[in-house]
Ligand binder design. Structure first.
Ligand code: BTN
Length: 231
């Protein structure tokens, strides 16, 4: 399914490259560095050497809100195969030991879906303002980015196939088992904010929060553990 791969030394953003060009579905664009790497909510994505920055071009699909979780699960399964213990911070991030190791950005543009992944691989340190870690820091080993990409892509393809053929429900339990903050008191910074216990993941990938007013399903917003200000 991933038919073409383009690998650059440096790009402004692999995400923008796929947005601007007319390339076949199934193309993967990778860059060793990005000068204008982007994250969610218009944030910049720190894209120094040592990380893996790549984007997939997929055909448009209906259940887009579940897609970051499918990619997050794939990243987790890949990291677990190396002995690292990751969690999915709903809805777009993967954490290890309380620090972000991977961010996922799903965007829709002109009938196509672009999924960008920033995975911290060999960085030995990060700016102090970032609560970040890397595969090197988590495991004490360096990795070849090309090997990481090829093996990770296998996990992504396996889970995408399952998602397309059987739906999100086929993956839900595996994702729920890896959810950060499950059974803990959290805040979702919506307007108004939702405070409660994160009790479940719905069949559509929504967070189920048990609040003083009853159970609420959350489709978007930024999740934080109450009292810690982790983001
Ligand atoms: C986030 O955590 O907010 C998502 C970060 C996504 C970063 C990746 S790196 C590859 C691709 N190109 C970009 O400019 N952003 C995504």
């Amino acid at each position: 399914m991933f038919t073409h791969m383009l690998w650059f030394e440096e790009l402004p953003s692999t995400q923008d490259f796929l947005k601007d060009k007319s390339l076949p579905f199934g193309t993967v664009v990778v860059s060793n560095r990005q000068t204008r790497g982007r994250g969610r909510y218009g944030r910049s994505w720190h894209s120094q050497d040592g990380g893996l920055y790549f984007s997939f071009l997929l055909e448009d699909m209906n259940n887009l809100q579940e897609l970051p979780l499918v990619f997050g699960l794939s990243v987790c399964e890949f990291l677990e195969s190396l002995g690292v213990v990751p969690s999915i911070k709903w809805v777009n991030d993967v954490y290890v030991e309380g620090k972000k190791i991977c961010g996922i950005l799903v965007e829709k543009s002109k009938g196509k879906v672009i999924v960008g992944i920033g995975l911290n691989v060999n960085q030995g340190s990060f700016p102090k303002n970032l609560q970040a870690t890397s595969m090197l820091l988590a495991s004490g080993r360096e990795y070849k980015c090309v090997d990481v990409l090829l093996i990770l892509t296998d996990y992504i393809l396996k889970n995408l196939d399952l998602f397309k053929s059987k739906g999100f429900l086929a993956l839900r339990d595996k994702i729920k088992a890896r959810l950060l903050f499950l059974d803990q008191e959290v805040i979702i910074y919506n307007d108004p904010p939702v405070v409660g216990i994160l009790t479940d993941l719905s069949e559509k990938g929504e967070l189920v929060i048990t609040t003083a007013e009853g159970s609420k399903k959350i489709i978007s917003g930024e999740l934080t553990l109450r009292g810690f200000g982790l983001s």
